[in-house]
Ligand binder design. Structure first.
Ligand SMILES: [Zn+2]
Ligand SMILES: [Zn+2]
Length: 368
């Protein structure tokens, strides 16, 4: 209960607003649930940081906190127990009228000390990175992944308290829904913090989840990766994030796709790129060569006089991207490989060829 917001953020009491903001941003990034999926400790830390910052960034709340050591939404020490006596040592009544003091108490106890009394809250989204094969990205796949996430606490069905011990009169206020605070000769009536003014006991906090209503669960879940995803694609699995609080909907699971490279194919969106070597005679005389495609092997025609770097298009032999209709193309880029220079016969033929070829291929470049 006694939280030191300065210590949580790791700043000095005399820290400036800018300094507090800077430290908060750094910590929030570090412990953000999106970056620590399923990590309950990080999540608790993140909430703590947020709470500390919400107070220390608000000049009004900050001065209240500096003066009293706690603030509005936080239950006072001992709240929820049969007796409590918030020790307002140092509070001077003459500084504020009794009405503003009552307002202060309203803000102190008016809102729920228990999460179960808050409004519905959507569960957090979770993030997962999956590495898949080149072909798997193109054809899609169905698989199972192991995931740790927050689910509804099975012991209390997510309520956070034990029904078996509840349903009775609130022991704190004896069922009146009102609590009385006394300071010296002054008495203040306020909403009972234990039952939020209902007068009915909610029962003891569930021991399994310590009243949080959630439990961490690690298990396998089925995921379907659609055909045509690519490196950097994000697949959303609805409802597979953390459970919502107080009847709120669950978060979603986001799967970031990484794709293993293929030994021959390269992918650019919907198109497939393939480099194939061709021989000097094939390039000079033309040829029919066999090349691989995603659908199997096929033949392409190399016309006479083909140069290195020339590309041949195989229409609609590429990828149908996720959500797309027609597939892209495959482009075959040829590279002329020289014949084996150590072969004596080849060398003889090349010498004859050199005598025959009178033109210099670099002539047109104008370099002399
Ligand atoms: Zn529970
Ligand atoms: Zn009560």
């Amino acid at each position: 209960m006694d939280k030191d917001y300065y210590r949580i953020l790791g700043v000095e009491r005399k820290a400036t607003a800018a300094e507090i903001k800077r430290v908060y941003r750094k910590l929030a990034r570090k412990f953000h649930p999106d970056l620590n999926p399923g990590d309950k400790t990080a999540e608790a830390k993140f909430k703590e940081i947020q709470e500390a910052y919400s107070v220390l960034s608000d000049p009004k709340k900050k001065s209240q906190y500096d003066q009293f050591g706690f603030i509005g939404d936080q239950p006072p020490p001992g709240a929820g127990q049969r007796t409590y006596s918030p020790g307002f040592e140092g509070f001077d009544f003459s500084d504020s009228g009794s009405s503003s003091f009552a307002d202060f108490f309203e803000s102190l106890f008016g809102r729920g000390a228990h999460a179960a009394q808050a409004g519905p809250e959507r569960g957090e989204d979770l993030h997962y990175t999956m590495k898949i094969g080149f072909e798997e990205a193109i054809s899609g796949l169905q698989t199972r992944i192991q995931l740790t996430r927050l689910v509804s606490c099975p012991a209390c069905q997510g309520s956070g308290h034990l029904h078996s011990t509840g349903k009775g009169r609130c022991p704190t206020c004896q069922g009146s829904g009102r609590a009385h605070l006394q300071r010296g000769s002054m008495k203040f009536a306020t909403t009972c913090p234990a039952c939020q003014g209902t007068g009915v006991s909610r029962g003891e906090d569930c021991r399994d989840c310590r009243g949080q209503g959630v439990a961490q669960k690690t298990g396998l879940i089925n995921v379907k990766i659609p055909a045509g995803v690519d490196a950097g694609s994000r697949v959303r699995v609805p409802g597979r994030g953390n459970v919502g609080r107080n009847g709120g909907p669950p978060g979603d699971l986001y799967i970031s796709i990484e794709v293993n490279p293929h030994p021959h194919f390269r992918r650019e969106g919907a198109n497939i790129l393939l480099k194939v070597p061709i021989s000097v005679p094939e390039a000079t005389l033309g040829a029919q060569i066999e090349v691989p495609t995603l659908q199997g092997r096929t033949k392409i025609k190399i016309p006479p006089g083909t140069k290195s770097g020339q590309k041949f298009r195989l229409k609609e032999m590429g990828v149908t991207v996720a959500g797309g209709r027609t597939p892209g193309d495959e482009f075959v880029e040829v590279a002329i490989v020289p014949p084996a220079a150590h072969d004596q016969k080849v060398r003889e033929l090349m010498k004859q060829l050199a005598k025959l070829s009178t033109e210099n291929p670099r002539d047109k470049m104008g370099m002399h």
